[in-house]
Write a protein that binds this ligand. Structure first.
Ligand SMILES: [Ca+2]
Ligand SMILES: [Ca+2]
Length: 425
């Protein structure tokens, strides 16, 4: 293991290692940034032994066949788990009804970004959309049955991978943080099936790509390679991704010491994915600092999302500044984002952090592509920013330097604007 000033940098999974809120002391101002608060890694992180996933059987109702979204939906056979859908998804007009999932009444985050208005506008025919989640890897979430794909394990260091090898075709999550990717995927796409929670874009497919080791470290080359692979590009030694994604969610950051710039390898991969037509969405990180020094939050061509409360106020954990594109609900201490999770108590977790803000934007971007499949990354960015809800009195924080981008994500207005234009049709 290289020391932490070396080539390898530490990745912090927002809300995984860095659940927002607790311990909000900031590093003293020094010429060289002090170790980021709340992310101090052990000098030699002890690789965890291969461990079985801490999954517990769901305590709530046992898995049952997923009902169709609507009783009047044409009786199409259940979608297979991996092949790309070749026919458009059907949604019964006038759009998706209000979810009946039992957790929905607690999903204030979805209500606050206008999801009901957005769902109600969805047309009969939706184009298939694939979202990649680069994170802790694959968990067979009951919320994503038939729509979650075990992508690829990009963790090259076998000592940190916890699965006994380096890169391999099994992206299964390992260790205590494995739930992180599960809840991110569920926010994006949990089924509206009368069980658990409701997701933002309940028909899209999610490719789970493993890039974080059991210790939360991410090798920069692993991150760069997984970005390229997620978007469908060639990576040496890795089979081509049969499910390339148009939306890439990165609820993590590479924790540089010092945190001064975007890593050049990560930037090159982001640029290549963007040129390929994929929108890269990242969380801003949870250090209560300027996001511009973080990778990928501070990289060009990244749609960087920070957290706000439902009232549009920045929680103290949430990073800020010019690198932030917009804000979305990320939960607060004692008032987290309610999500289904196989390993959570009673099948539920309530985490907070920018990890959980980013997938709100990813889910809405996926919905936009489902109605306007040819929208480019820059057109998606424009739609999301110009329709965002302004912050109360124009700012998310009393300190004018601590900005949160264009406003709070507004799914209702974004879908309305997309449908009002032929752009991307
Ligand atoms: Ca492996
Ligand atoms: Ca559900």
């Amino acid at each position: 293991m290289k020391n932490r000033f070396g080539d390898r940098f530490r990745a912090a999974l927002f809300g995984g290692l860095l659940l927002g809120g607790a311990g909000l002391s900031f590093a003293a101002t020094t010429a060289i940034p002090a170790l980021p608060p709340r992310s101090t890694p052990p000098t030699t992180p002890a690789p965890q032994p291969p461990a079985t996933l801490p999954e517990l059987p769901p305590l709530s109702p046992p898995p049952a066949p997923l009902p169709e979204l609507s009783p009047t939906t044409p009786a199409t056979p259940a979608r297979p788990s991996s092949p790309a859908p070749t026919t458009p998804n059907r949604v019964t007009p006038p759009g998706l009804p209000r979810p009946t999932d039992p957790l929905y009444s607690r999903q204030r985050n979805l209500q606050s970004i206008g999801m009901e208005g957005a769902w109600a506008q969805l047309p009969v025919t939706l184009s298939p959309v694939t979202v990649a989640v680069l994170d802790t890897g694959f968990i067979a979430s009951p919320e994503l049955v038939g729509r979650v794909i075990n992508g690829y394990d990009f963790v090259s260091d076998a000592a940190r991978a916890g699965d006994g090898n380096g890169r391999d075709a099994d992206a299964a999550g390992v260790g205590a943080l494995a739930y992180h990717a599960e809840v991110v995927g569920n926010i994006i796409s949990a089924a509206h099936d009368g069980r658990g929670m409701a997701g933002i874009a309940p028909r899209v497919r999610v490719v789970q790509i493993r890039v974080a080791g059991t210790d939360g470290l991410i090798d920069p080359q692993d991150l760069a390679d997984s970005l390229r692979w997620a978007a469908g590009m060639t990576v040496a030694g890795v089979p081509t991704n049969p499910n390339p994604a148009r939306i890439l969610n990165l609820s993590l950051y590479a924790d540089f010491i010092p945190l001064t710039r975007c890593d050049t390898r990560v930037q090159a991969a982001v640029d290549a994915a963007t040129a390929r037509g994929a929108l890269v969405i990242a969380g801003a990180a949870n250090d209560g600092k300027d996001a511009s020094g973080y990778s990928p939050a501070g990289c060009r061509n990244v749609l960087t999302v920070t957290s706000v409360s439902e009232a549009g106020v920045r929680p103290s954990y949430a990073n800020w500044g010019r690198a932030v594109t917009l804000a979305a609900p990320g939960g607060e201490v004692g008032r987290g984002v309610v999500v289904s999770s196989l390993s959570g108590p009673g099948g539920v977790r309530e985490p907070n952090g920018t990890s959980f803000a980013a997938p709100h934007a990813a889910g809405v971007a996926a919905l936009l592509l489902s109605v306007r499949p040819k929208l480019s990354p820059s057109q998606l960015r424009s739609l999301l920013t110009r329709t965002a809800t302004p912050f109360p009195s124009g700012r998310c924080d009393p300190d004018p330097a601590r900005t949160c981008g264009a406003g709070t994500l507004n799914a209702d207005a974004a879908i309305k604007a997309a449908l009002a234009s032929p752009l991307g049709k």
